[in-house]
Write a protein that binds this ligand. Structure first.
Ligand code: MG
Length: 127
């Protein structure tokens, strides 16, 4: 089971992700609605993969990614945002995100991105 943390300030997006990862070998350990909550859950639950919205109140996804990866570099963070924010995508990759998933998303793209992130995590552990 891949342990996934969903981070998004929109409840319906979190719900949509939940529905789309069901029965895919992915276990959602928690949902966070801002970056500060994401950091808290990263510390307490240590998820394998985090689906990280970039635009959020309190602490945004870039700041949260940097804070989480500083403590848990083995965690894989997928940036999750609308495709038209090109500068923010570049910032997300700079912050250490392993991938980018644009909204709106397909079920297949979502699951594949999570599986790729997990494979990458396993490979780096073995290296
Ligand atoms: Mg948002």
């Amino acid at each position: 089971m891949i342990r996934l943390l969903i981070v998004d300030d929109a409840p319906f997006i979190r719900e949509l992700v939940q529905l789309n990862v069901r029965d895919q070998g992915i276990s959602v350990v928690a949902e966070a609605e801002d970056g500060a909550e994401a950091l808290m859950f990263a510390r307490t639950l240590q998820p394998d993969v985090i689906l990280m919205d970039l635009v959020m109140p309190k602490m945004n996804g870039i700041e949260a990614t940097e804070a989480i990866l500083a403590e848990y570099p083995q965690t894989r963070v997928i940036a999750f945002s609308t495709a038209d924010h090109e500068s923010i995508v570049a910032r997300a990759i700079q912050a250490g995100c392993c991938d980018f998933l644009s909204k709106p998303f397909t079920s297949e793209d979502l699951v594949k991105a999570i599986q790729r992130a997990m494979a990458d995590r396993r490979e780096s552990k073995e290296a």
